[in-house]
Design a protein around this ligand. Structure first.
Ligand code: ADP
Ligand code: MG
Length: 356
């Protein structure tokens, strides 16, 4: 194993389906990719755990990935990782400018008002997004909150393999950070980001003037796989392969009686369910903010490669699509060959995190 030079930055995204690791180096104003790895957590049979990997599964996998990429966890000086899911919430508010200390205490009160989390102890963080374009004495502040338990569970997992936790971001912001290295937010109106993972799709709305919004939707890659399993009587690996090669209307025979046959009415397709979820969130956003102009859909995350999904979303929302490949934001000495580059968006965003 080699010792990491101290200017290297490591981004770690421990997903429900795979572990993503990116190592970058800052060269002048640009970032160079040094190494990366995306490794499936469950490779054998039906082992996929819909609740997400348990610590007993995640820890050895994380050690394996570190070993394969040739990094000794102890030697990593700059690590950024992320948390996401239902235990994390973010909300933009407008606030008068205050000192750091005033901001911290007053925002804790604000956060309790705005951010719905369960009753357990909440920790908050905030980031100033810029001036409020509507009120000159105010600034745009992004509040981020999570439960102490969720935060500490994540830290424990990192410590288990002797990683110093370093910076912990929220997943949706990690994706946006990678995007904003070289791409711009729309000047007028807002872009809709969809990061389609295995268990959830993260939707974020962002524009130069429009209110930031982010929410997790409970339909993503795993739902498409499960639909194929039910409809065609396939096992997990078969369904995954069919999904990747042929999409949701494959030219294959059903295997025996399937779970779908037992249902009297055919269920809505997973694509329609995803479309409905997106629609519901956007309607909420429009109602909440009064802002209605959406410029385009930015698609990323592993699930985005589902054949036909981009076309479906573009038609449903009548918006142009940008498929966001995070590797394009980085320099590299060797050509980057990735089966699915879209899975790497959060890890790359974490690795380039500036203020480590
Ligand atoms: N080529 C592909 N076509 C369709 N779906 C894919 C493809 N590659 C990966 N996926 C799906 O992407 C999901 C994993 O995406 P990822 O962003 O890594 O999720 P997570 O962050 O939850 O681990 C899985 O549901 C997987 O089936
Ligand atoms: Mg993910």
């Amino acid at each position: 194993m080699f010792g990491l030079r101290s200017n290297l930055r490591v981004g770690l995204d421990l997903g429900s389906h795979s572990i993503k690791l990116a190592v970058v180096e800052k060269v002048g104003p640009r970032f160079r990719l040094v190494k990366w790895k995306c490794s499936e957590i469950y490779t054998g049979g039906d082992a996929y755990d819909p609740e997400g990997p348990k610590k007993s599964v995640a820890v050895p996998q994380l050690m394996r990935v570190m070993g394969e990429i040739g990094i000794a966890p102890k030697k990593i000086k700059r690590l950024a990782s992320c948390i996401g899911g239902a235990q994390v919430a973010a909300k933009e508010i407008s606030s008068i400018m205050m000192t750091e200390a005033e901001m911290a205490s007053s925002l804790l009160l604000e956060a309790r008002k705005h951010i719905p989390l369960d009753g357990s102890e909440t920790i908050i963080d905030y980031q100033i997004l810029g001036d409020d374009p509507t009120e000159s004495d105010k600034v745009r502040v992004l509040l981020v909150a999570t439960t102490r338990k969720h935060y500490e569970t994540h830290q424990d997992l990192l410590r288990e393999i002797e990683l110093k936790p370093g910076i912990i971001d929220i997943e949706s912001l990690a994706v946006l950070n990678s995007y904003l290295i070289h791409s711009q937010m729309p000047e007028e109106g807002a872009a809709i980001f969809l990061q389609i993972g295995a268990r959830k799709t993260n939707l974020s709305v962002i524009g130069r003037k429009d209110m930031f919004f982010t929410r997790d939707l409970p339909v993503a890659g795993q739902f498409f796989t499960d639909e194929l399993r039910r409809k065609y009587g396939l096992d997990y690996q078969e369904a995954e392969q069919v999904k990747r090669e042929q999409g949701m209307n494959p030219d294959i025979e059903k295997k025996g009686d399937t779970a779908e046959d037992a249902l009297a009415v055919t269920e809505k397709s997973s694509m329609d369910k995803l479309g409905d979820e997106i629609n519901r969130s956007l309607r909420f956003y429009v109602k909440d903010t009064g802002q209605t102009v959406f410029t385009h859909l930015v698609l990323t995350g592993g699930g985005v490669m589902l054949p036909g999904l981009d076309e479906y979303l573009s038609n449903k929302f009548n918006l142009p699509i940008e498929l966001y490949n995070p590797f394009n934001q980085l320099d590299s000495r060797v050509p980057i060959e990735a089966d699915n580059p879209y899975q790497m968006a959060p890890a790359i965003g974490l690795a380039i995190r500036g203020d480590l």
